[in-house]
Write a protein that binds this ligand. Structure first.
Ligand code: GLN
Length: 258
């Protein structure tokens, strides 16, 4: 809502805080169902608090330097886009693994999420993953499609979104899910009741939406983790999220029906 109070009270940018750098990986190919809206949501929630922010888009041919990154975002992509991007992704395996091992904040959605595991098998073709999470994805019969709701321990409100994937992801014993599915939500594989992954400061999920505008608590969780990692003792000023939280509540109620 452009005319909400948040816009009316846009504060001036603080000059005593180092800009938070958001790195958006391969936005030209991995950006399904408006996933780029996640970067906009993070940016706006910083600006609404007067916190400086920079967004760097990394294309397929660009060099990558994660030393300045505070939040990395990888969006979803259909199998076709994943095939196009896979070599460029795996070529960055060591940089991305080092970033995650160093506690780097990362959000990956659907196709981007699938890349975090050991592999994604599409029939005869096996796409190598980044291997930062102990998990595997295999394309199954038919697609898992629908509005989705999960309960996670990272926030009070249920996390709502939309899922559409052919891949079924199974977490290994070293990986912890983001949450448990509610209602008719399929989640990672439609069978084990788990959705996504949450490990250190990394979140992977099948939920489009885009995720963060629909779930402001998840956006603030990532922002808080990013400042924490930098050692900035910053209290995030609460925003007026009444509209977002009411939409979240209505969707969660509507979907949490078996
Ligand atoms: N290509 C993947 C699948 O269908 C991911 C799709 C997506 O990002 N929505 O499983």
């Amino acid at each position: 809502m452009v005319d909400s109070l948040k816009w009316a009270h846009m504060p001036s940018v603080r000059d005593d805080v180092k800009p938070l750098t958001i790195v958006h990986l391969f936005p030209e190919l991995l950006n399904l169902y408006g996933d780029g809206g996640n970067v906009i949501a993070l940016t706006r929630r910083l600006q609404w608090r007067g916190l400086p922010v920079e967004v760097r888009e990394i294309g397929m041919g660009d060099a990558m330097d994660f030393s300045q990154a505070d939040i990395v975002f990888i969006g979803g992509g259909a199998d076709r886009e994943q095939m196009i991007v896979k070599d460029a992704m795996v070529a960055r395996k060591s940089e991305l693994s080092a970033y995650v091992a160093d506690g780097g904040v990362l959000l990956a959605v659907c196709g981007g999420y699938q890349f975090l595991g050991h592999s994604y098998a599409m029939d005869d073709v096996v796409v190598e993953g980044l291997g930062v999470i102990d998990m595997e994805t295999v394309r199954g019969e038919g697609r898992l499609i629908g509005n989705a709701v999960i309960q996670s321990d990272i926030c009070d409100a249920p996390i709502v979104g939309f899922e559409n994937h052919g891949g079924r992801t199974t977490l290994g014993s070293d990986a912890k899910p983001l949450g448990r599915v509610l209602g008719k939500t399929f989640g990672n594989n439609g069978e084990d009741g788990f959705e996504g992954v949450h490990q250190g400061n990394l979140i992977g999920t099948y939920l489009h939406g885009p995720l963060l505008p629909k779930n402001p608590q998840v956006a603030d969780y990532l922002i808080a983790r990013a400042f924490d990692r930098r050692g900035d003792a910053l209290e995030l000023v609460p925003l007026d999220d009444a509209v977002e939280l009411e939409a979240n509540r209505v969707m969660a109620k509507r979907l949490n029906v078996r």
